[in-house]
Design a protein. Structure first.
Length: 85
C-alpha cells in the first residue's frame, strides 16, 4: 500500500466516524476511478495525489470547516506527505 492509498483510506474512515458511514461513503464513491469497500478500504483504481485532492475537496465542499479539521488530523498522522489542506 503506497502513501496516498493509506491517506485516502484514513481520510475516508475519519469522515465515516464524524459524518456517518453512509454520507462519507456516498461522497467517496463519486470520485472517479476510486474503488472502495463499504468499510473504506481501497480496492483498486487511482490512489495518487490527484485522487486525494479530489476526495479532500469533495469532503470540504460538503462539510466545510469540519472536514478541514478532519483532514488536518489525518495529514498530521502522515508526515511523509505534503500538508496541504
Amino acid at each position: 500500500m503506497d502513501d496516498y492509498q493509506k491517506i485516502i483510506a484514513d481520510l475516508i474512515k475519519a469522515h465515516m466516524e464524524m459524518m456517518g458511514p453512509n454520507v462519507a461513503m456516498s461522497i467517496a464513491q463519486k470520485i472517479s476511478g476510486l474503488k472502495i469497500t463499504v468499510t473504506g478500504e481501497i480496492l483498486d483504481g487511482s490512489h495518487d495525489k490527484e485522487t486525494f485532492e479530489q476526495l479532500r475537496d469533495a469532503y470540504h465542499h460538503f462539510a466545510g470547516s469540519l472536514s478541514e479539521m478532519i483532514t488536518k488530523t489525518v495529514l498530521d498522522k502522515h508526515p511523509e506527505l505534503p500538508h496541504e489542506i
